[in-house]
Write a protein that binds this ligand. Sequence first.
Ligand code: CU
Length: 369
Amino acid sequence: MLRREFLKYGAGLAGVAAVQTVSGSLLAQTSSPAPPIFLRIQDVDVELIDGSSVFMWAFSQGAGKPSVPGPVIRVKQGQSVTLSVENLSPSAHSVQILGIPGASFGPIEPGQIGGVTFTASLAGTYFYVDPDRAPLNRLLGLHGALVVEPAASPSGGPVTPYGETQTTPGVRALFSALGNHSRFPGRPWLLGRDKIWVLNQIDPRINKLAEADDLAGALELVGSFLPRYFTLNGLSGVDAAHDEPTVPRGRVGQPLLLRALNAGLATHSLHIHGNHVFTTAEIVSNSHEVRVLNNIIEEDTWSMPPLMRRDLLLPFTKPPEIPDAAWPPRQEKFPLLYPMHCHNEISQTSAGGSYPLGLVTDWVLEGPL
Ligand SMILES: [Cu+2]
């Protein structure tokens, strides 16, 4: 019998795992290297919302608890970052940061440590993944978010999630309007006020073959991928809706940046209630580079194909369906909870149970500023 770490399902434990953040920027000057980042890869059994469990691979921060997705890594733009990964799994693995040229290494044989030093020259939201047997190793748990924050506040302009040379006139206009225009009463956006939403799907047949070490068979089955579980930061349904690291929360007038990433193979169609969002960046599909948009569109549903990463500003304004005369709300009082869910029916009704036990969470307007 294999002895593997068992990742018990549930908001409490998963929340602890998901909140792990490796910060390369804490106390460090931008010009100086970031403190080295050390991750581990290991085999785990992950419990799902219905109590069943599947074999997966997981990253952990050093000796910390492994989690799917892996810990969030935060670094500053222009900083030299050294990433090392120890492979505690009995199979070989590699690591790549999609969209950062040269930031890849491997294969790391079992028991070995691999690593790379790279510079994140553009701010934005990135994926680190195991690119081997693509997309198998990524799909089975080896993925996580890397956030590159701008190095310095721009001279004169508003604070945005991007470096000064990346920031487009459209993004500058949007962030200048926050707290300064009747459309966005309240405060400007604050650096670090963001939430990371990593999407994934699980087809347990594939996990089963990987567990039996039939990796060729598992990869072949990817061709007839039939997802049965849909996860947001590793959680489904009500659990994602009660997971503090997942749920955007704030007062009216405190805008927040959503960083959405899809590690899986199914295209999601995310729909948010209560406020519209503004997509500020997405990736160039071939190079995976961050592209900051100039033509900023207000929308309530956005597509998340496999490997897509999108930044979206959630303005935290008064929901437009509440008339001015009924504001502040009296019948239904603060906090106001609004859902975000996937509009693809299968992701709401699959093995996780009946609606809404698939890809769904809440966001919370706690009260007036
Ligand atoms: Cu909807």
